[in-house]
Design a protein. Sequence first.
Length: 151
Amino acid sequence: MSAEAVVDTSVLVDAIVAEARRHSRARKELAGLKRMVVPSVVLYEMVWVLKRLGVDAKRTRSAVEAIVNDSKVVVFPDDGRLAVRAIGRVVDEGTSLANFDDKVVLETALKTGLPLLTYDSELIREAERAKVPKSSGNGSDLTQDPSTLAG
């Protein structure tokens, strides 16, 4: 596969945590990308999730450094405009502020025009509604329904 994608927290965490149900699948999908766009909010969210899962700070630091230093990773910063659009979606849709991080990831995919690689079922539905583009790298959609992914 020679695809590019915006990568969500769910995929990175599954790739890092060996015990994750989709660990092998996540590692394979990430390895198949020629370029990964990682919104900066995903790095922060990944740290919080790893902490919640009991991953120690040293291992978490190694994971963050490996992602940031990977030559095929582009960390996509938010100059504030993504946050404004994301909070606008939250307000317009009447959803919870708990969805804000996902809205920033969605806005990143829309801004870059890249497909979204995520295992988050709600984010998958939002990406479909927002018409986030599909992958053309191997003819499949990188936005995967978690129920179709074998561990």
